[in-house]
Design a protein around this ligand. Structure first.
Ligand code: PNS
Length: 161
């Protein structure tokens, strides 16, 4: 059975992430969406909130499970005997960031990273931009799953209280 791990901050999961996971699932028997800590980012949502949002957003996709990573991605992939890491690329800036991590994971655990080019209709969708647009009252309809839209509005309303 082939296993892919899709790691990311997923703060929160976007329509672009959902598309990437669905497409990864067409290539691998099982996809593990891994909510991980990126040391260079301060998340808006807790790991548990991010996992729950991803679980609900991906409920209709079989062969997908969502886990939280507390540690090194390469070690996790070895533990679950993953065949590859899958990540999405929206453009050259993503590649710039991703290639250092891909090389490091290959160095650490001989792990290959498979890159899927983002759907052209979703290249502008990034969790950070979605949060910024929502914070200024802009519409995020279609950029994130409907449960995430509600969670984001709730979080922003609470933060303002
Ligand atoms: O969605 P992001 O923020 O681009 O994802 C980056 C992430 C979380 C996948 C990366 O920071 C990561 O792998 N974190 C886990 C800790 C780890 O293994 N760091 C070394 C990466 S080579």
């Amino acid at each position: 059975m082939s296993i892919a791990v899709c790691p990311g901050s997923f703060d929160p999961i976007t329509a672009g992430h959902v598309d990437m996971v669905r497409r990864a699932r067409q290539l691998f028997d099982e996809v593990i969406v891994l909510v991980a800590k990126n040391p260079s980012k301060e998340p808006m949502f807790s790991p548990e909130e991010r996992r729950e949002m991803a679980e609900v957003a991906l409920m209709g996709v079989d062969g997908v499970k969502v886990e939280i990573l507390d540690g090194l991605l390469a070690s996790y992939c070895q533990d679950v005997r993953a065949n590859a890491i899958v990540k999405g690329l929206r453009g050259p800036a993503d590649l710039e960031n991703e290639q250092a991590m891909a090389k490091m994971n290959r160095h650490l655990a001989n792990l290959e990273t498979v890159f899927l080019l983002s759907d052209p209709s979703l290249v502008h969708v990034a969790s950070s931009l979605v949060k910024e647009v929502a914070a200024y009252g802009g519409t995020i309809r279609g950029l994130v799953p409907i449960n995430v839209e509600a969670a984001l509005k709730g979080k922003l309303a609470n933060n303002r209280l």
